[in-house]
Design a protein. Structure first.
Length: 625
């Protein structure tokens, strides 16, 4: 599956997994890429692994996500409504005070309040008002264990107008709006603080002291929240990456660059993080840029070049100052996406505390060793600026940002990167006496407007286009043609909004584990399964899996249910389409959608004139499909 080094375009670096001691791997499990599997790990049958797994974990397929259950004895036997926005969770091992309860929605997670705690049950209250089909409850133990369960539909149903029939709980909008403004002000004034600090202190020392000052606060929060500070052995390389590429190097580059560039322009340059994330997500996460996003990227960077040439004196020193700041923005963007892709199992406090402390120690020692006169830089201005950067910018700014991130959408949060440069420009003009001409201001707002457009254009375009739900008529014709070509075998594949992928049915190659043939069943190839799994990490996920029933009618058989549903939840977050095909033609298809109430797939629509299950079909003669 990984291929030989001699095959064209295969990477020459490490491509194989690293398994620890006493690792058990179940039947048909797939472990892809240079991932690290810790010691004492059990990987269940049919699991699909493409990220690191910590020590002592057990990976099992529960629904569309792989749920990692560690050594802690945490089990959920059922969930029942217990009032407006409240649920009773029944199970075992629920009394642990370190057990974290989160509500998962399609685009974020938020911590749920635990009102009562006992060994065999929890009473929890949810913070979000969303439909039941869009939410799950995740219980995470201190050892990396987690159990994800669906919630009963009754207490989350919406009325005909789309509003909650029983609002769970009103959001604390005053606190949210107030903190949003505070975070924008903190991030906007951070650049002036850096300017004051690096004016007197060496850049290495200024960056290091900032992190060391913030470290005790984060350590205290880890202790208070009972969050582990240390990374597991399997994540040590990941911790080193965060230390160097998210904290140490980018903040050193920022401090060096701001010695030669005004705080306002520094903020403008660093705010390119939001647009660099959009660009880098294409190779790293498999997303695709819309035409509007491409226009936004080109306009933003063109305006930035013009702004730099106008504001800065054209010199090698100032030019390198801008380059170092853009380098810091690039590293932050790359690190953010890398963390998003590989750090999903690491708690946010664990993710930041030790790397921030390690970066602080390294930068401080390096600053003291490389500049013998560093002690002379401890002026009142430098000390106050460094304290502000450590206590307010790093600690309070960090906590406020992640508190908001749990409660607001990613798009709303991205506009902080549009607002804080405006704040920075105002403070730069007032304190540093930086002069901005009307053309400079126009270019700045053009840059920030382009940043905003890269975030909004995909959503505005989607609303204007109002695309049909797959399969579109053109896609349906393609599916029918595939079924007719494959007859008398079953065809299979999946559908995205962007198009259809016709997959290879490899069931005839697996006769040792299946008594079915291509006329009575289907199995995706490893390459198709990998593409299916990867689609859920991008912005064009699979929404429909299809297969045909030759001479059997369009119905979702017991065999289909068995492979599509596990433990009462869908294996993939998709609908299924079954095509009725005969030797003459494809007669139609039926669509099946998962029902939380029944715990199975039920018919949700039909296309053409599909026949019901045929009593004398080939499938009936060979047994239930």
């Amino acid at each position: 599956m990984l291929g030989s080094i001699k095959i064209h375009n295969n990477p020459s670096s490490k491509r194989h997994p690293t398994l620890g001691d006493r690792v058990g791997v179940g039947a048909f499990a797939s472990i892809l890429g240079p991932v690290v599997i810790g010691d004492d790990v059990l990987i269940g049958a049919h699991a699909f692994i493409k990220h690191d797994v910590p020590d002592g974990a057990c990976v099992s397929v529960l629904h569309q996500y792989q749920v990692v259950t560690g050594s802690a004895e945490v089990a959920v036997s059922g969930v029942e409504p217990a009032g407006v926005g409240r649920f009773l969770v029944h199970g075992a091992g629920l009394h642990d005070p370190e057990l974290r309860v989160e509500q998962l929605t399609r685009d974020r997670s938020a911590q749920a309040a635990v009102l009562e705690r006992a060994s065999e049950r929890l009473l929890v209250e949810l913070p979000e008002t969303v439909a039941a089909a869009e939410t799950r409850l995740r219980l995470s133990g201190p050892g990396g264990s987690s159990v994800t369960v669906a919630l009963p539909r009754a207490r989350l149903a919406r009325d005909a107008g789309g509003a909650m029939s029983e609002p769970l709980r009103s959001r604390p909008w005053v606190a949210i709006v107030g903190l949003y403004v505070v975070v924008c002000l903190i991030w906007g004034t951070t650049w002036l603080g850096i300017k004051f600090a690096v004016t007197d202190l060496p850049p290495l020392l200024a960056a290091g002291l900032r992190f060391l000052i913030a470290t005790p606060i984060l350590l205290g929060l880890c202790w208070f929240r009972r969050v582990p500070v240390l990374f597991t052995r399997a994540h040590l390389g990941f911790a080193a990456f965060v230390t160097l590429c998210y904290f140490a190097i980018p903040y050193l580059l920022l401090n060096v660059g701001e010695q030669y560039v005004s705080s306002g322009l520094t903020a403008i340059c660093f705010s390119t993080v939001t647009i660099l994330i959009v660009v880098l997500s294409v190779p790293m996460l498999g997303t695709r840029l819309t035409a509007g996003q491409v226009v936004g990227v080109v306009v933003a960077f063109s305006a930035l070049v013009l702004l730099v040439l106008r504001i800065q004196d054209v010199s090698v020193t100032n030019g390198w100052g801008v380059v170092t700041i853009l380098g810091a923005a690039f590293m932050h963007s790359y690190a953010y996406l890398y963390i998003k892709k590989h750090g999903g199992q690491v708690h946010v406090l664990t993710l930041n505390t030790l790397p921030l402390a390690a970066a602080g120690v390294m930068l401080t020692i390096a600053g003291l060793l490389t500049d013998s006169g560093a002690s002379a830089g401890f002026t009142t201005r430098a000390v106050l600026a460094t304290l502000y950067l450590g206590l307010v910018a790093s600690a309070l700014g960090f906590l406020g940002y992640f508190w908001l991130l749990q409660r607001l959408s990613a798009v709303t949060m991205s506009f902080i990167f549009v607002i804080f440069p405006v704040v920075a420009m105002l403070f730069s003009a007032a304190v540093e006496q930086t002069v901005f001409t009307p053309l400079d201001i126009l270019l700045m707002f053009l840059i920030l407007g382009a940043f905003a457009w890269t975030q909004l254009s995909p959503r505005l375009g989607a609303r204007r286009a109002a695309p049909e739900e797959p399969p579109t008529p053109a896609q349906l014709r393609q599916l029918y043609a595939a079924a007719e070509r494959a007859y008398p075998a079953e065809c299979c594949g999946f559908v995205r909004r962007s198009g259809v992928r016709e997959c290879v049915n490899v069931i005839d190659e697996q006769q040792s584990v299946s008594d079915r043939t291509a006329t009575t069943g289907y199995v995706f190839s490893p390459a198709d399964l990998l593409e299916l799994s990867r689609s859920f990490d991008g912005d064009d996920p699979v929404v429909l899996i299809y297969h045909s029933h030759p001479d059997a009618g369009a119905y979702f058989s017991d065999e289909d249910q068995r492979h599509a549903v596990f433990d009462g939840l869908p294996v993939y977050p998709v609908d299924h389409l079954v095509i009725d095909v005969t030797a003459e033609r494809a007669k139609g298809a039926r669509r099946f959608r998962f029902s939380e109430a029944e715990g199975r797939y039920v018919e949700s629509g039909a296309y053409g004139e599909p026949r019901p299950r045929q009593a004398q079909s080939v499938a009936d003669r060979l047994g239930d499909r």
